[in-house]
Design a protein around this ligand. Structure first.
Ligand SMILES: Cc1cc2nc3c(=O)[nH]c(=O)nc-3n(C[C@H](O)[C@H](O)[C@H](O)COP(=O)(O)O)c2cc1C
Length: 203
């Protein structure tokens, strides 16, 4: 039974383009996978913990050295990792804020990157553990970063490719909308619908 993890991180509620695109993707995926299951997480409502001293100590401590605080910090992180481990497909609604991902989404990333669990260090360097998953990123930005004048300031897509690849998720697809005017937004959403259909056809 296929399983999908759906995460949103826009603070713009119903006006959010990334929320609209991620919801459309998940609805189409459900139609294509009627037996499939979905876990939904909104990191603006349930904001993940930030990396704390208890988390850092706990991740690297043997179980017998845990305190209540370090155990709680690691358990919260572990619960988020379990959601990723259980998913075949991740649909991530991630707007661009100040040229990168929203801080709430970064907090989620920081919670799921755990040494020994989602990546390991071997003789050849780090190795991502979460292979075989597909990530679809619904992205929205005010500027069009396919414009070479803006491209050097795009830390969003390279960061997501880099950090997800680091934990083993290398099959990554972006469905992007850019622009501020209603015309740009409507055209972008229509393109997104086509991209969703093409993406699901290839699944
Ligand atoms: C706090 C904030 C920061 C933003 N920073 C950028 C930015 O650095 N570059 C950009 O092109 N657009 C930026 N924008 C515009 C958003 O990326 C754009 O409104 C997008 O549609 C937001 O995604 P959403 O519709 O899912 O909320 C920013 C918007 C907000 C609210």
């Amino acid at each position: 039974m296929p399983h999908l993890l759906h995460i949103d991180s826009s603070s713009r509620g119903a006006d959010s383009l990334t929320r609209q695109i991620s919801a459309r993707y998940v609805a189409a995926w459900r139609r294509q996978n009627p037996e499939g299951t979905v876990t939904y997480r909104d990191v603006t409502v349930n904001v993940p913990n930030f990396v704390s001293a208890d988390w850092v100590t706990g991740v690297f401590a043997p179980a017998e050295h845990h305190t209540l605080q370090t155990k709680a910090a690691v358990d919260a992180s572990s619960a988020l990792i379990s959601e990723v481990e259980a998913a075949d497909v991740l649909v991530l609604g991630v707007p661009m804020y100040n040229f990168n991902v929203p801080a709430t989404f970064k907090a989620w990333i920081d919670q799921i990157c755990m040494a020994g669990r989602t990546f390991t260090y071997g003789e050849d360097g780090p190795r991502g553990v979460l292979a075989g998953k597909k990530a679809v990123i619904a992205r929205a930005s005010g500027s069009d970063f396919s414009n070479p004048a803006f491209a050097p300031m795009d830390f969003h897509a390279p960061y997501l490719r880099g950090v997800l690849g680091f934990i083993g998720i290398t099959d990554i697809e972006f469905i992007s909308v850019s622009g501020m005017t209603p015309e740009q937004v409507n055209a972008g959403l229509a393109d997104a619908d086509q991209a969703i259909a093409a993406s699901l056809k290839a699944l």
